[in-house]
Design a protein around this ligand. Structure first.
Ligand code: PBG
Length: 348
């Protein structure tokens, strides 16, 4: 080494806080040496309390059908859902979110506020059987409309924003009456949080909260979900109301509006490709519970790769969900919830 090279190495070492022999004050590997040290300095923690399990409920009895593009996820009748929830509760899962698959759909999505609907009946039963379980109901029309859009349509076949608001209010009230703790308007209809809040309050449900799908993107990652609920739009797409995946700043406007309208929790959806958005929302709205939705396409990708033997499911899922926590999420809606709850229990 020439004199000037030596001088250079030392000045770099000094700047980085490393002493000349390379065993310096900032040797970062020291705290990674053992599992105990790593646990001691871990920044983000994944816990069973963070998990929300999605459930697809149908009419009928004794029905249980696996969703082809989502191995391990089922469309189930109300009676069988009880058993799955019992297993989840036994593993410490504290919350579920319900999606309904009605036998009949119509242009106004009227099944969405039917007191005898699968979601409403499930809520009643689960409320009775699991008094401490947090029950969340997805509040949207797309599973209930024959055209598959998230609201009623205007003469140009576009979602009629304001006509849809009235229906969403009715849906939320019927869900609250059936025992929901939280309703989750997911249609990205402008003003949906205010409409739902007003309707709930007027019906005497001021104690029922709102988990707002605030930054919900027009994502191709929802395809397996639409398979599950047979709710793909019959024509067109949802880019006219869901967010453009290219936008992050706009997510802050959405979250601000929803909070202004009375949202108790806000959400970013999907999760994996949007962790920068999660971080920005977290930093802008400290103290507000922030939910991420680890969506169906994210689940399907992992399941497919693991079935092929290309990825190790447990490690990959824990890594992904921990990254969501690191990005700033408080809660994670995930189809992996039951597995993760089991893995976390085994770890202890
Ligand atoms: C709308 C709704 C959708 C999802 C949750 N709520 C579908 C959509 O917006 O097209 C997608 C969830 C997932 O992909 O896991 N009710």
């Amino acid at each position: 080494m020439s004199d000037s090279q030596q001088e250079n190495a030392w000045s770099v070492a000094a700047r980085e806080g490393v002493s000349g022999d390379g065993v310096g004050a900032t040797r970062l590997r020291r705290l990674r040496r053992t599992p105990g040290l790593r646990a001691l300095v871990r920044e983000a923690h994944l816990d069973v309390d963070d998990l929300i399990l999605p459930l697809f409920v149908t009419d009928g009895e004794g029905l249980c059908e696996e969703v082809p593009s989502m191995p391990g996820v089922y469309r189930e009748s109300v009676d069988l859902v009880q058993e799955r929830v019992a297993a989840a509760v036994a593993l410490g899962v504290r919350a579920v979110i319900l999606f309904g698959i009605p036998a009949v759909k119509d242009s106004a999505g009227s099944g969405s506020y039917d007191a005898e609907g699968a979601v409403q009946r499930s809520l009643l039963l689960l409320r009775e059987s699991f008094p401490d379980l947090v029950l969340v109901a997805d509040t949207c029309l797309c599973e209930y409309t024959d055209h598959g859009h998230c609201g009623v349509l205007d003469p140009r076949a576009d979602v009629d924003n304001d006509a849809t608001l009235d229906i969403l209010g009715r849906v939320a009230v019927s869900q609250a009456e059936s025992g929901a703790d939280l309703v989750a308007p997911s249609g990205m209809i402008d003003g949906q949080v205010a409409a739902v809040r007003t309707a709930l309050d007027r019906a005497g449900h001021s104690d029922v909260g709102i988990m707002a799908y605030s930054a919900k993107y027009a994502s191709a990652f929802y395809a397996p979900f639409r398979d599950a609920v047979q709710g793909a739009p019959a024509f067109g797409d949802r880019r006219g109301h869901q967010m453009d995946p290219a936008n992050a700043g706009e997510a802050l406007r959405e979250a601000r509006q929803d909070l202004g309208q009375g949202a108790d929790m806000i959400m970013v959806k999907p999760a994996l490709a949007y962790l920068d958005v999660v971080r920005r929302v977290r930093d802008s709205f400290e103290g507000v519970p922030l939910v991420v939705y680890n969506v169906s396409g994210e689940y399907a990708m992992v399941k497919a790769a693991c079935a092929a033997g290309w990825l190790a499911e447990r490690s990959v899922v824990i890594e992904m969900l921990t990254a969501m926590k690191r990005a700033g999420a408080d809660l994670i809606i995930t189809y992996h919830a039951l597995d993760v709850a089991r893995w976390l229990r085994e770890k202890r």
